[in-house]
Design a protein around this ligand. Sequence first.
Ligand code: AGP
Length: 611
Amino acid sequence: MCGIVGFTGSDAALPVLLDGLASLEYRGYDSAGVALQVPGDGLWLRRRSGKLAELTGAVGDAPADATTGIGHTRWATHGRPSERNAHPQTDGSGDLAIVHNGIVENFLELREELEASGHEFRSETDTEVLAHLVADELAEGRSLADAVRSLLHSADGSFAVAVVHADDPGLIVAARRVSPLVAGVADEAAFVASDIPALLPHTREVLVVDDDQVVELRPGSVRITDLDGTELTPELRTITWDVEQAEKGGYEDFMLKEIHEQPAAVRDTLSGRTAPSGELMLDELRLSEDELRAVDKVFLVGCGTSYHAAMVAKYALEHWTRLPCEIDIASEFRYRDPVVDTRTLVVGVSQSGETADTIEAMKYAKRWDARIIAVTNVVDSSMARLADAVLYTHAGPEIGVAATKTHLAQVVALELLALYLAGLRGTRYTSEARDLLAELCEIPSRIETVIGRSDDIHPVAHELVDVRDFFFLGRGVGYPVAMEGALKLKEISYARAEAYPGGEMKHGPIALIEPGTVVVGVATRSHVYAKVLGNISEMRTRGATIVLVANDGDDTAAGLADHVLWVPSTIELFSPAVDTVALQLFAYHLAKERGRDVDKPRNLAKTVTVE
Ligand code: AGP
């Protein structure tokens, strides 16, 4: 996730671009840049690594008479945060500049072709490929709009782009596929941006750009065309939100927005990595296949929600790879003298990549010369630098303290890693991996289905708002789902919530079950489904109120429950990525009913950098 902005008008462009970038910084903030058209003198470009303030402090010599330009604030996906990987990217001519939000899935292939035809690359980004492709089209005599349109034919993946060229003064051409893009028009000015907040100081009349559309912006006009160049009548929306509401995309809170972003987070994490053979593209690989084949034991370490993703992955890893796999809460790992050696693979799981407990666990493993992989959402974070290989979750920045979209992205990234290792070790047949990957690609739409049922989950939370004690039960991969459901409820609603494997209740905790206690069971279909229902019956008999996460149409589960949170079914090992969403929404609604600040729960920090 990145933020792009463009302005063309009669006023100075730079202040408009910098203000726009400031309101888009929530979309990414590891580097930023602008490109301005200088009347009669080409383009002026400035990029800086770090937060937007670094760029703002470096534009004192910008041409004041430039009235057209584009800007970018970055959340790195391809290429670590640095000045040369910052946007705008160029084709090296000095005449063309492009900003991009999204992922070009086939960029390696395109880059090879371009290099073979003599193009020189200066960055590690996928975006630079787009700059060279546009340059080639212009060299063939095409207009800038047609050259940008050609990107929609040659590039796969998700992207929103804005392009300026020295030979087309006053013109910005933008295009979109999947990644968001909005345009605005005012007297003698036109704007384009990744999100509405960047436009609000200038206009409340917003044009929504749809997939595979090209936008030509000139001062006072916006023209939208389709893939064939046919002019379209754009949909005009009047925005009534204030800036803060707009940053939340109209949602009440960042947490709710991020819950809704989960299908995209999962899609982007899978994007470009799901070759039918089961091959996985690790973002930064400093481990050979032989080293990975030699691994005889895996440790997965993380904290909080990341630990729960690791718990899910243990089931998948052991099942698919037949490697022994242990999971550890990172703060415990190095203090228990674990058996780690050169054939051990240690996977550190962390949204931020900066959690002190997980960093220390990884350093411990490094001292024993283990192989180390980081699964993180932040490019070039401490863990990414420490590890031998990195698998990034492309969830975009997460602002709500309670992890949601990064968790689901971790779950699918770890499942991919498990499939990859299984492929390397030859423990899964290619055809089976292909079927699994095909189902994995269906997960985003299943998540969408659950999110679409938020209004059915809300009344359940409303009815249980005053309950003091919750128990969350699950078995198999349903157990980490129960753990995550309980953690979400605890951290944002402050209700007491304990999670147990269903079979463990009879060994003690069942003494706490009495009328008024709520038991939330993860009862989706699995090889332990009958056992879960048996455990739920035991709770019901003792007077507990039962809430079940169950698969659509499961009358047996419904017969045992006071309330059902319905979810679509999927392959058992993937079910956490779907079932968890129902529990996130349950926790969200219950916390809101209790009047809690879900984005900033008391006593919590988004990133815990102390041990
Ligand atoms: C999740 O909702 C929590 N905010 C917390 O448990 C978090 O997952 C934990 O602190 C680990 O953070 P990390 O993923 O950035 O390492």
